[in-house]
Design a protein around this ligand. Structure first.
Ligand code: PEP
Ligand code: MG
Length: 883
């Protein structure tokens, strides 16, 4: 195998297609080098070496040393410097890089090759001895903590002691001589703590750093990040070794990061930040608040610090050209890192820029319109799950608010919660069911779990590309960064801004769309679903084959469903229409009645409610299909529980409480989900199905009178296992239709179909389709019954299965293709064989899950049905499934 790939000087052995082998960073550095862009020369050790490293007790393939030497030689030639040379020393960085970006999760070591001899050469070269010794002491600190495992605090303490003794306040007050003295103290400390001297041999330093970076693949925060982002352990990291360039060599040096389009809004404007005389880490860490790159952005932000456009005009125009070139080449928003060393631009990284859902939509639509990508590609690029972000509420414009500070709008959406000052506390309160806002001076990778547990994140320092901003956008959480007016005293649990003082536990609202920080809870509003969102939805609708319906039974849900573009109702769960107080009593009377007469009396009370409900649904959905399912209550959900409830129902039914109590006990079941539910109810008590069918037909007639459009109800029988069950219920419905027609003179076009939600029904689908006109897969029950896992009790053990890797995903969220999926395929094939015109849909929770939707497309279903708020996600996922 080849373990090492070089790049530099307009050529490279790798390229952007090789990110599995070279990591995203290594692959794109190679690509940029091949494009002839200014990239410091270097080489990448592959992810296969990482796999080897872990499979062989943290050792390397035998050929690796030779390949690294050859690659190093290559870098030396291009750089015109030699590793360890006392006159013209080559210094290198060693960086991690996985296939998927894992910002800040793994280690990086800079300035490798510095030692007591080369530091003097660097000092002479830089014409600034202070810079060289400052770099050397930073290197010692970084290397010692990452490679040798010596705590940072040792070094911080030595620096503090030194400053105190000399009465100096800032690190920048230290001279070259001062740093030399600090370095001597550092080295003594290392010998004391570590038992060995700090390594002077550049090759020892290099291999130490390579080992540490491979080792950092398995540090705890990287592991957590991989779990959160579904990144396989097996991918491993590559290691890129690259010639150092310095952004901290004085006033014509700088370092920065930029997006080729605004990552928050998607607007086509170069968007970034830089710092003069600084190292890359300083920008991302958010320690100094950086300056804008373009003059337009500076004016927009009202910043008084000059932009890169004014202070480094030549480098700026070169950078603008490089950024544009990269975006055209990759045909996507690029997130780039660069360094300017004494007026010369160097590109250090490019990757697809993480963006908010809104930005993703705008950029995709505009790039398609610019001709950079096709409409289908624009649709393919949007993560359906991310649309959720757009359904986030924002602060209502007219709501009263008490703005205590304004920071940068780092990640959109408004969030309200209790103030917490550290990540562990955020996690604790969250698990107690509380909502929190995490408030930090800045965040670091150690805070990830707390950010995850928070409704939103607020920092007082750092820019749009700070750690907090990048991570929050990735999580789709509201975030405000760099709210400089805020003072945080986390020890005492106090946040102050101007005259406002808030304490731990006080309620705070942040608006990540405007950067506003407000005391108290503020009224929110739902977002507009127009603009680019609408365009992408239109394009998606042109591409998709399956139609998308909603599961809805209330007027509000049906209206929301239409707003979100549902093409009908795929499931109206009629039992949900009876939870309301006045109705549930009649429902209980019906369930608990001793005989048919009692049941009919109760049903007579329910009929007008149902008729009215259906008339409204048909009216809202005028012209669109509506599937109404006959009653499917797990009975226990409707039994009276308290003595008060029992007394109430008993009075209405004119029986004693004791009698009713007794009857309720009779009806209690060991396994209600496998009990007296679904079509079993209609078979035992045909009058229930009769009442519902009547309500459907009469409701349809009413809607027709109102709208002039005749609804064509699809009546659905639940929990069928056998054709005989279906036939028995269908006969009730057909008789009722005749009766209604006889009474009103109106004929109603309707179809009768069934849920396929039991394994036997899937297998007997060929026979069932002889009488059923449509099937709707109830994948909730089908999953429950195929796996024999109770959908209500799965929580206690399924999490363990997932954690132990026995199943990749919760089968109640993403369909189990191998088992449940095959049942769907069998039923589809057997049903269609009997009845080619059989209409097929799915209405379980999986209907709104993008991964499952891909499967339903392949299975050839006609439609998917999901909750109204997931309809846009389903429309997009259904389109992507066809690309
Ligand atoms: C199903 O079982 O998938 C279904 C849609 O029905 P319910 O969730 O109401 O049981
Ligand atoms: Mg079901």
């Amino acid at each position: 195998a080849k373990w090492v790939y070089t790049f530099g000087n307009g050529a490279a052995e790798g390229g952007s297609r090789m990110s599995a082998l070279l990591g995203g960073k290594g692959a794109n550095l190679a690509e940029m080098a091949s494009l002839g862009l200014p990239v410091p020369p270097g080489f990448t050790i592959t992810t296969e070496v990482c796999a080897y490293f872990y499979a062989h007790a943290q050792s390397y393939p035998p050929e690796l040393a030779v390949e690294v030497e050859a690659a190093l030689k290559h870098v030396e030639e291009i750089a015109g410097r030699a590793f360890g040379d006392a006159q013209r020393p080559l210094l290198v960085s060693v960086r991690s890089g996985s296939r998927a970006s894992m910002p800040g999760m793994m280690d990086t070591v800079l300035n490798i090759g510095l030692n007591d001899a080369t530091v003097d050469a660097l000092a002479a070269d830089a014409e600034d001895a202070r810079f060289a010794y400052d770099s050397y002491r930073r290197f010692i600190q970084m290397y010692s903590s990452i490679v040798l495992g010596i705590g940072h605090h040792h070094f911080e303490e030595l620096i503090e002691d030194f400053k105190e003794a000399r009465e100096l306040t800032l690190d920048t007050d230290l001279s070259a001589e001062d740093w030399q003295e600090v370095i001597r103290a550092f080295k003594a400390k290392i010998a004391e703590v570590h038992g060995h001297a700090f390594p002077q041999a550049p090759r020892e330093q290099l291999w130490g750093a390579i080992g540490a970076v491979f080792g950092s693949w398995n540090n705890p925060r990287a592991k957590i990040y991989r779990q959160l982002h579904n990144i396989p352990e097996s991918w491993g990291t590559a290691v890129t070794v690259q010639a150092m360039v310095f952004g901290n060599m004085g006033e014509t040096s700088a370092t920065g990061v930029a997006f080729t389009r605004n990552p928050s809004t998607g607007a086509k404007e170069l968007y970034g930040e830089f710092l003069i005389n600084a190292q890359g880490e300083d920008v991302v860490a958010g320690v100094r608040t950086p300056q804008n790159i373009t003059e337009a952005a500076r004016i927009g932000a009202g910043s008084s610090q000059p932009s890169m456009e004014t202070v480094l005009p030549e480098v700026f125009s070169q950078f603008v050209a490089v950024a544009a070139r990269l975006e055209r080449h990759y045909r996507d928003i690029q997130d780039v890192e660069f360094t300017v060393e004494r007026g010369k631009l160097w590109m250090l990284q490019t990757r697809a820029g993480k963006r908010t859902a809104r930005a993703a939509l705008r950029a995709a639509v505009e790039m398609a319109r610019e001709g950079l990508i096709s409409e289908a590609e624009a649709v393919r690029r949007i993560d359906p799950g991310s649309l959720d972000q757009l359904l986030h509420p924002t602060v209502a414009p007219e709501a009263e608010r008490d703005v205590i500070a304004t920071g940068l709008p780092a990640s959109p959406g408004a969030a309200t919660g209790e103030i917490v000052f550290n990540a562990d506390e955020a996690e604790q309160l969250r698990s107690a069911g509380r909502k929190v806002i995490l408030v930090r001076v800045e965040t670091s990778p150690e805070d990830i779990h707390g950010m995850h547990a928070s409704e939103g994140i607020l920092t007082s320092r750092g820019g749009m590309t700070s750690h907090a901003a990048v991570v929050a956008r990735g999580m789709g959480k509201p975030c405000v960064t760099g709210a400089g007016a805020i003072r945080i005293d986390s020890e005492r649990g106090i946040l102050s801004a101007g005259s406002a003082t808030l304490r731990r536990g006080d309620i705070l609202t942040i608006d990540g769309g405007t950067g506003r920080v407000m005391a108290g809870a503020i009224e929110k509003q739902q977002p507009e679903l127009s603009g680019e969102f609408g365009v992408i939805m239109q394009w998606a609708d042109k591409l998709r084959r399956m139609s998308v319906r909603a599961n809805a039974e209330t007027e509000a849900d049906a209206e929301a469903a239409r707003r979100f573009g549902a093409e009908g109702i795929g499931l109206c769960r009629t039992e949900h229409m009876f939870f309301e107080a006045s109705r549930i009593r009649a429902m209980r009377e019906m369930i608990l009645a001793d005989d048919e007469r009692g049941r009919r009396a109760a049903l007579a009370k329910l009929l007008p409610y149902q008729r009215d409900d259906f008339a409204k649904l048909f009216t809202i959905m005028s012209g669109l299909p509506v599937t109404i399912r006959l009653l499917d209550p797990p009975l226990h959900e409707f039994l009276p529980h308290t003595a008060e409830e029992i007394a109430e129902v008993a009075a209405a039914m004119n029986v004693t409480a004791e009698h009713l109590q007794h009857r309720a006990e009779e009806l209690r079941e060991y396994n209600p989900m496998l009990g007296f539910r679904g079509c079993r109810l209609a078979i035992a008590f045909p009058e229930i199905a009769d009442m519902q069918a009547r309500a459907i037909f009469e409701g349809a007639i009413e809607a027709k009178r109102k709208t002039g459009v005749a609804p064509e109800p699809e009546i659905m029988v639940p929990l069928v296992a056998m054709k005989a069950e279906f036939d028995a219920v269908k006969a009730i419905i057909d008789r009722c239709a005749e009766a209604v027609t006889a009474a009103t003179g109106e004929t109603i076009a309707y179809t009768v179909g069934t849920m396929i939600e039991l394994p036997r029904a899937a297998l007997a689908a060929g026979e069932i389709a002889e009488s059923a006109e449509f099937f709707s897969f109830g994948t909730n029950d089908l999953t429950q019954t195929a796996l024999g896992i109770s959908r209500d009790d799965a929580g206690t053990f399924l999490g363990v299965y997932i954690a132990k890797g026995l199943v990749a995903r919760d089968p109640f969220t993403t369909i189990d293709q191998q088992g449940v999926g095959e049942l769907v395929e069998i039923a589809t094939e057997r049903g269609r064989k009997t009845r080619p015109s059989l209409k097929l849909g799915i209405c379980g929770e999986h209907g709104g899950d993008p991964a499952s939707i891909g499967f339903f497309e392949k299975a050839g279903l006609d439609y998917i049905s999901c909750s109204p708020f997931r309809v846009p996600i389903a429309r997009l996922a259904a389109a992507q499934a066809t690309i």
